[in-house]
Structures are given as C-alpha cells and as structure tokens.
Design a protein around this ligand. Sequence first.
Ligand code: AMP
Ligand code: MG
Length: 338
Amino acid sequence: MKSKIKRKCLVFCLAILMTLGGCERKPEKVQSTGTAMGTIISQTLYVKDAEGDRYTEEVLQEIGLLEGEISRRIEDSEIAKLNSNRSSVVSDELLQVLQETTKISKDSDGALDISIGELVLLWNIDELLLEQENGKIPTKEEIENALQKVNYNNIRFEENNVILDGNIQLDLGAIGKGYACDRVLDYLKKQENITGGIVSIGGSVVTYGCKPDGNHFKIGIMHPREDGMYLGFIEVMGECFISTSGDYERFIEVDGKRYHHILDPHTGYPAESDLCSVTVVCDNGFLSDALSTACFVLGKEDGMKLVEKYGAEALFVDQNLNITMTSGMEKMFTQKMD
Ligand code: AMP
Ligand code: MG
C-alpha cells in the first residue's frame, strides 16, 4: 500500500517537473471574423498565450486606425482633409505610399490612378448595386466631365506637403486594403506570443510566421464566375502578401453588360482588358494591391511586364477562364479540379 502511494507521488512529481521544465506552451489556433474598411476581415492566428481574443481585437483596431487615416469618406481622415484643403502635410509613411503609387501610375501609363475620385463617385457602383435595375449608368458627357478631373500628374510633392492641382480627388480604394495588410504585419511581428497567422482584408491577404504543423499557408483564389467557389489555391510560407482584383467583386449587369468597380482612367468606363481577375503575390502589401488593380486595367501582356518590373508574381484569368501565370506563381498555385 505504502509503495503504491510512493509510486503515485513519484509519477505526480515527475509530471510537475515535466510541466515546469518542459517545452513552452504550444501555439493554439485563434479565429475571428469582423468588418472594417467596408469589407470582411478574417483572421487565423497561432498564439502561445491565452490572449488570443485580445490579439484579434487589436488587429481589427489597427485596420480601423488606418481606415481613419486614408478613407476619403471619413471626414477628418488625412485623405479627406487633403481632398478638401487641396494641400496638406502628411506623415512620412503616407508620403511614401503616395509617391510610390505615383511611380506605379507612371510605370503603368496611368492604368492605376488614385486621382480617380471624381470618376469613382460618378459611377458609384455601391449605389448602383443597391438600386439594381433602377440604377443609372453615367452618360458619355458625365464621364468626359469627370475624366477632366483625373490626372495623377496633378499630385505634387514638396517635402512632406502634398498638393492637389486641378480638380482631382484622391481615392485610395485600389491600395488601401493591401496597405492595411502591411500595418497588420507590423503589428504581428511585435507580438512575442504570436508564432504565425493569416489575415485577409477583402481581396488582400497577409501571412506571417508558420503554422504549428509546419505546413504552408493555403490561400483560396475565388472563381471569377462561380459564386463562392475556388478556382485554386496559392501556398506560401512566412511573410507574404496576396491581392486579387476581379470584376466579380462589385458589379451590376445592365442589358447583359457587366459594369464593375475597376475603372479604366483612359476611357472612364469599367476596364475591358479581357481579364476577369488578377492575383499578385509579393513582399509588400501596398504593392500587391496596387499592382493587381493596375494589371487588371492593363491586361495580360502589359500586366505581365509590370509585375516583372516590380519582381512580383501574378496569375491572370481571362474571360474564357484561361489562366496565365509568371513562373514563380506556377510553383505556388494549384488549380482546383472538380
Ligand atoms: P481593387 O479592388 O484593389 O482593384 O480596387 C478597386 C477600387 O479602387 C475601386 O473600388 C475604386 O475605389 C478604386 N479604383 C477603381 N479603378 C481604379 C484605377 N484605375 N486606379 C486607381 N483606383 C481605382
Ligand atoms: Mg488593388
């Protein structure tokens, strides 16, 4: 009897010793879904402490903070103030984003143009979506008038002062979600007890660290013509940014014609480049988002040249659902077979 108790004690002590001296807490998976920037934010984080909900909450707050800086719809955001005051001093970080965007505008011959605000307002796709068949497509004249107010050359920089010439209005819709992914990565990297994660902000995704099982992060690429279905998956490891621009995200159909939210700054109409979606993978969130929009407008051939110039990988899906990829993308993408 005595020896039985002794043995039990020994096992118990060994168990305590193993717990105290053994390896640290295994990362646990924490998942959350929320909204910010007018879209759905999905998070999967691998966390070594019991603070999972706090981390997902703070990620949402980070995204909300950036929205408060760059959304033209939020009255006292830096961009809204710039649009109404025509000139203002901005943070070093925003200055860099605006300057780099202007560079991509030049390199894409204006396919990406964040001075497109007037045209976006005119089309007001979200309103059209609500109205459906009662929605009004802008007239040629209205489009020509709005186009007069679109020109990225009218964004000037004098040190940290950004000056808007002409009647341009900035709209950062094409880069905002990717930019938010950069902010999320900065946040995740600062958290000692987060070992990995994947956060998606609408069409932009950031991955960080690793999964506890050592497997790749798997990012589903939406099928452009089959609602809620995936075309395939991209597999990545570590820090990576993935952005998709597609004509299926926000659109209405009038007389059998699709009018979507990605506008061609040369014509004033939704871009008709024979593509229905473009996905870009690179090591910078803002850049992946900027390039996916630019490539969508440019089309496959010029888009391919643009991503090569920026050292990014891309996947183009045309209207016949043919897929074209850069060589690096071929190694990451697996098409879903039914
Ligand atoms: P994305 O979904 O990232 O391709 O961005 C599309 C959003 O960017 C639209 O909802 C507009 O707010 C804005 N936008 C549309 N066309 C352009 C364009 N050619 N250049 C810059 N921004 C655009
Ligand atoms: Mg974009």
